[in-house]
Write a protein that binds this ligand. Structure first.
Ligand code: NAD
Length: 305
């Protein structure tokens, strides 16, 4: 199938676009007509230092290929400045790809407050600040496409990544709420958990696996989700190495207890097999989907626990 999705007249901000997956997004959007803000602080994987070169190199590459791009060197914590760059250079902002990130991997026992806080500041506060600054413009123009970058580490947990996994799953909750708030103004937010070979994964994966995990194989999903014709909003996707899948919540049918003095830990234990039995699964997709009245009726019909 020929692939003709284009982004002419759209302005995309890609954070952390000086390398890794972000660089590929920036090239992708620019090659299909978008004007791109290539944001990158240019620091190390662990969040130290800063260098304008990372963003400059990508902007040069894009311009040489005939695309439109400007560099921004702010930390994502200075989201207003990044959005300001988009407005000054291109007059609007349509797409925000919250991609910048760092790692401070360590066993929890050795993790410092600094390891915890810095990872949260870049991922959670950074995504918040950039999105917050873009949001009123998107509301006004009744159009926006936002990507939050979560991680399988956040969804499943991962050894040595307590800080990172907490921050990454925070972005999922953040994105789900924005999906609801933005829907009426055609602002769609989706969340991805990518896997790709980059300097971030170079130390944690064997070379032959890294070979198969090109960042180029993440960009098509992001391109699709951020296109104006795409209606998907509030999805969570795993993507990498040519694999794309959507995730959803599964809830067991659950057990019901009479809410009186007989509801004790012992009664929970007695019904624990029922609590963890997934033979009659439910797939709730909003907080409104729990029918509390029906559950109360079920409980009323019980003798005591
Ligand atoms: P990367 O280190 O190659 O790229 C991240 C970029 O973000 C770097 O260029 C860095 O300079 C920039 N950056 C860091 N802190 C910044 C800040 N405060 N402000 C602006 N820019 C900043 O890593 P990557 O693998 O391309 O990761 C991209 C995103 O995908 C990250 O959010 C990462 O957590 C996420 N992710 C990656 C993988 C993977 O397999 N590579 C897996 C799960 C999630």
């Amino acid at each position: 199938m020929t692939d003709q999705l284009r982004y002419d007249n759209r302005v995309a901000i890609v954070t952390g676009a000086g390398g890794g997956i972000g660089r590929v997004y920036a090239h992708y959007f620019a090659s299909r007509g978008a004007s791109v803000v290539v944001n990158d602080l240019g620091g190390s994987t662990t969040g130290s230092g800063a260098d304008t070169k990372a963003a400059d190199v990508v902007v040069d590459e894009i311009r040489k290929a005939g695309g439109k791009a400007v560099a921004n060197y702010n930390s994502v914590e200075d989201g207003e400045a990044i959005v300001e760059t988009a407005l000054k250079a291109f007059g609007r902002v349509d797409i925000v790809i919250n991609n910048a990130g760092i790692l401070r991997d360590k066993g929890f026992a050795r993790m410092t407050d600094d390891d915890w806080d810095l990872v949260h500041r870049v991922h959670v506060r950074g995504s918040y600040k950039v999105t917050k600054a873009a949001w009123p413009h998107m509301q006004k123009q009744k159009y926006g496409r936002i990507i939050m970058t979560a991680s399988a580490a956040g969804i499943y947990g991962n050894f040595g990544q307590a800080n990172y996994s907490a921050a990454k799953l925070a972005l999922h909750g953040f994105g789900m709420s924005l999906a609801r708030e933005g829907a009426k103004n055609n602002i769609h937010t989706n969340v991805i958990a990518p896997i790709a070979a980059s300097r971030m994964t170079a130390t944690v994966m064997p070379p032959e696996v890294l070979e198969a995990l090109k960042p180029e194989f993440v960009a098509p999903l992001v391109g699709y989700l951020t296109h104006e014709s795409t209606t998907e909003n509030g999805g969570l996707f795993e993507v990498g190495a040519g694999f794309v899948a959507k995730l959803r919540r599964e809830r067991s049918h659950g057990a019901v207890f009479k809410a009186d003095a007989s509801f004790t830990p012992t009664s929970v234990g007695a019904k624990f097999p029922e609590i963890i039995d997934f033979s009659q699964p439910q797939y709730p997709s909003s907080i409104m989907e729990t029918d509390w009245m029906a559950l109360l009726e079920r409980a009323k019909a019980l003798p005591s626990n």
